[in-house]
Each structure stands twice: as structure tokens, then as C-alpha cells.
Design a protein around this ligand. Structure first.
Ligand code: ADP
Ligand code: NI
Length: 221
């Protein structure tokens, strides 16, 4: 198989694996991350084959859907090994997948390759803006979280354990992660896109809190 065929085969496999998801991690999330990563690639001197494989496989072993404490992305690794790729390609892709996920506001980012920075940016761009708002509430519903609980407040987690075990409402998640992503983008292209998407979330939260406080009850004079 040539590189193009390997990418297509991997996309077909992932499409089938993620078809039934309703947590915001459906095939079309993966597809958007893949396409956004390719777009960022046009501005960077990166290995587009590694970027595409990592984008397509990035959520296959996600901690949110797998109980294992093993950090190695075993399913992605198994898939790549079944394709008999150069071991250095498999290694590079697995390193990205292992470290791509957000692990808390104060937890160090361990991504260490340009290809990894690109895929992480693409994944994070899909967590912000209008799509990000939709995905946050889809995920909150999937996890049985309230939309908004006035008695709980956001926490800036300093360890992955804290972040993982947190069960607070979805509005808090904006303050704990989504509003912080704009300043955590790695590439110039992603930073530019993030500006507009960040603004959409800020507007949405302002309106949400206005409605919570009944601030929109009386018409403006
Ligand atoms: P990451 O691996 O960096 O978390 P994902 O591709 O898995 O990235 O996407 C995470 C998605 O799940 C985001 O859209 C995010 O809003 C949502 N999410 C994660 N944790 C929460 C939470 N506690 N409340 C609401 N949404 C969440
Ligand atoms: Ni993702």
C-alpha cells in the first residue's frame, strides 16, 4: 500500500469504530481534526503522513473511553503494526497520541514534535468556538453532568488525577479548559483561528450568565 492508501484504510477503520458515538467524539470530530491538521500543515514543514495518521488515530485510546492506566496507545499501535509501517513512523505517531490530551490547566504539555504540535492544535480548535460549545454540552450529557450549578466553581487542576476525577458542571469546564486553549496553541495558523473561536465562547458565556442573573428581563432603555 502507498501512503495515500494507508491513510484511506485508516480513515475507513476509524469511521467504523467511532460511528455510534454521542459524546462529541464521533467520526466527524476525527474528520475535522484530520482536515484542520492538514490545513495547518500547509504552513509548517512537517511530515504530513505522520500528522494524518496521528490525527485519525488520536482518540482511539483516549483515557475518557478506556479504563486502562497503561499510557501506551495499544489499539493505535496494534493498527499501525498491522500495516507493517517503518517502526520509526509507528513510534512517532504513538508518541503523539500518548501526549495529545489536555490533562489540566497546570499540567505540563509533553508533546515534543512539530507533527504533535499540529495535531494537538487541530484537536484543540475543535474543542473551542461554536463546535466546542456543542461538544462540551454533548460530553457533559454523556457524563451526566449538570449544565450549570451555581454552588460549584471552576478549579485550575494541577494534576491529571484531579482533572480526571473532577465532576463539576459544563460551564465550569469552559473556565477549567476551553477558555485557556487560545493561549496554549502551538502554531501560528492555529493561534489565528483560535482568536475568533475564543470570542464566540466569551460571548456565549456572557449571554448565559446574563440569563442566569435575569439581566435580560427588562428591555434596554
Ligand atoms: P482532549 O483529549 O484534549 O480532552 P478531545 O478530542 O478528547 O480532547 O475532546 C475533548 C472534548 O470533550 C472537548 O470538546 C471538551 O469540551 C469535552 N470535555 C472534556 N471534559 C469535559 C468536561 N468535564 N465537561 C464538558 N466537556 C468536557
Ligand atoms: Ni479529539
Amino acid at each position: 500500500m502507498n501512503e495515500q492508501e494507508i491513510i484511506q484504510e485508516t480513515a475507513d477503520y476509524i469511521k467504523q469504530e467511532f460511528s455510534g458515538d454521542s459524546s462529541g467524539h464521533d467520526w466527524w470530530h476525527i474528520y475535522r481534526v484530520w482536515q484542520t491538521a492538514l490545513h495547518i500543515c500547509e504552513h509548517e514543514k512537517a511530515d504530513a503522513f505522520i500528522v494524518q495518521l496521528a490525527a485519525l488515530l488520536h482518540d482511539l485510546d483516549d483515557w475518557k473511553f478506556n479504563d486502562s492506566d497503561d499510557e501506551t496507545p495499544l489499539r493505535a499501535q496494534g493498527w499501525l503494526e498491522s500495516l507493517s509501517l517503518d517502526p520509526s513512523t509507528t513510534d512517532a505517531v504513538c508518541r503523539i497520541i500518548k501526549h495529545i490530551s489536555y490533562k489540566g490547566a497546570g499540567v505540563e504539555n509533553k508533546i515534543d514534535s512539530l507533527e504533535g504540535f499540529i495535531v494537538q492544535d487541530a484537536d484543540r480548535l475543535d474543542a473551542i468556538g461554536a463546535i466546542g460549545i456543542a461538544r462540551a454540552f454533548a460530553y457533559g450529557g454523556y457524563k451526566n453532568r449538570p449544565l450549570y450549578d451555581p454552588t460549584s466553581s471552576p478549579q485550575l487542576h494541577t494534576s491529571f488525577e484531579q482533572y480526571k476525577n473532577s465532576n463539576s458542571d459544563t460551564i465550569n469546564h469552559f473556565h477549567e479548559k476551553l477558555l485557556l486553549l487560545k493561549d496554549k496553541m502551538n502554531t501560528a495558523a492555529a493561534k489565528r483561528i483560535a482568536e475568533g473561536r475564543h470570542e464566540v465562547m466569551a460571548q456565549f458565556l456572557k449571554q448565559f450568565m446574563d440569563e442566569i442573573r435575569n439581566a435580560d428581563f427588562s428591555p434596554p432603555t
